[in-house]
Design a protein around this ligand. Sequence first.
Ligand code: SAM
Length: 241
Amino acid sequence: PRLHVAADLGPGAVLPLDRAQANYLLNVLRRGPADPVLLFNGRDGEWRAEIAPTGRKSADLVVRERTREQPPRAGLQYLFAPLKTARLDYMAQKAVEMGAGTLRPVITRYTQGERLNLDRLRANAVEAAEQCGVLSLPDVPDPVKLPAALADLNPLCLLVFCDEDAAVSDPVEALRRGVADPAEPPPLAVLVGPEGGFASEERALILARPNTVALSLGPRILRADTAAVAVLALVQAVLGD
Ligand code: SAM
């Protein structure tokens, strides 16, 4: 198993597990002293640790050696209009699994998600990182309104705008066209709208931005969390990480 911990990681460090983590390792996963646990804290890379039970329901982790160096956080930004909680949990996890290093909530006219619970979003991002082996903690900044989110983007950044109204063109060709030099792909951002879609003036604002590719993902209306998986899979396949 791989666990995110807050503590610094180094050879010989002893990390007492909290009750939930001890219960998860000892009783749910039924791991014991000989079983390795991989740890990461988002700063020091990945380390192998051993379980040192200190009781029936408690244990320490003794850090042994580093198994992976700390990579830089993935540059891919996933910009999204918050959704209702259950779908937002799912979308946040899938975006991390599909390579997003930043989950940037964007408030649009038709954003429905009740008050955005950032702590929950960040916890989902960490859980997804644990599950899929990402060592850099995804960045989840505070929500901004759409114009500010667009203005914050690096002007060179290629914005892949998921637009169900875009002419159904060849998405692979559209993506490739957006990248001047495949050997030096630009920073990438993906934008998916709320369940209520973008307002027309928002769509105009997005399309007015240079280095923006409006991408249709086919003739059907996808839920935003479906669009997230579809477009990130396409971006990864065509443009790589
Ligand atoms: N405007 C849609 C409607 O008429 O029902 C609602 C928006 S859709 C549920 C949520 C978001 O997913 C959209 O804003 C868009 O970003 C993305 N999306 C959905 N279907 C898509 C498609 N076929 N192609 C590209 N993006 C799509």
